[in-house]
Design a protein around this ligand. Structure first.
Ligand code: C5P
Length: 221
């Protein structure tokens, strides 16, 4: 039996996380926020004061990354890092270490271990192309950089983090460029992914569209 896996990929601030959590709730499936793993690694790189060029040391850290998920919280060893890993500074380092092929390889098994019954919703950049290429439903979300920056600013403000739109647009564009042009597992839609442009859509509309797909593919009955 193939395990029911739904992958949701796309660039930063496109609404993947919100949609993925909604789908996980709707289906009762497990949830993998793969970006949080790369962010936890970035946190570790900063905490251990490693240089982003130290491929061997970062790969070692990735192999034994002491990250744990507990409900909606992320822990690094015993420390709750849920809020710390959401900053743009951590995101920028995450995107740099995520470009290292050995690091991605080291994190593959850890991500695949989330695939357990009754099923999995996996959110990231390469969920449908590399980590779970056999997934029966793959979504790829897109939206203009401006709208993604606006959403990110709102999200950061809700978390009490001050941010301005031009700076965030710049950060998002740089991060997407790095994610899309890296050699290993670049940000790209799987050939069999359903594309959803969320620029003009509310999150409710995206969920509604996704719900139809869930029924169509037999994830809901
Ligand atoms: O999704 P999120 O913004 O939390 O991801 C942070 C960074 O982690 C991304 O910019 C990307 O470089 C990296 N990432 C990745 N592959 C994934 C998930 C995240 O390369 N599957």
């Amino acid at each position: 039996m193939t395990l029911p896996i739904i992958t949701i990929d796309g660039p930063s601030g496109v609404g993947k996380g919100t949609l993925a959590q909604w789908v996980a709730c709707k289906t009762g499936f497990h949830f993998l926020d793969s970006g949080a793993i790369y962010r936890a690694l970035a946190y570790g790189v900063l905490a251990e004061e490693l240089s982003v060029d130290s491929v061997a040391e970062i790969t070692d850290l990735a192999q034994q990354l002491p990250v744990r998920f507990l409900a909606t919280s992320v822990f690094y060893a015993e420390q709750d890092i849920t809020a710390q890993i959401r900053t743009e500074a951590v995101a920028a380092i995450a995107s740099q270490v995520a470009a290292i092929a050995q690091v991605r390889e080291a994190l593959l098994a850890r991500q695949r271990a989330f695939a357990q019954l009754p099923g999995l919703v996996a959110d990231g950049r390469d969920m449908g192309t590399v980590v779970f290429p056999e997934a029966p439903l793959k979504l790829y979300l897109t939206a203009s950089a401006e709208i993604r920056a606006q959403r990110r600013v709102k999200q950061l403000k809700n978390q009490g983090i001050d941010a301005n739109i031009p700076q965030i647009i710049q950060d998002i564009v740089a991060r997407d460029e790095r994610d899309a042009t890296r050699k290993t597992a670049p940000l790209v839609a799987a050939q069999d992914a359903v594309m959803i442009d969320t620029t003009e859509l509310s999150i409710e509309a995206v969920c509604q569209q996704t719900e139809s797909l869930l029924w169509e593919k037999g994830f809901l009955s």
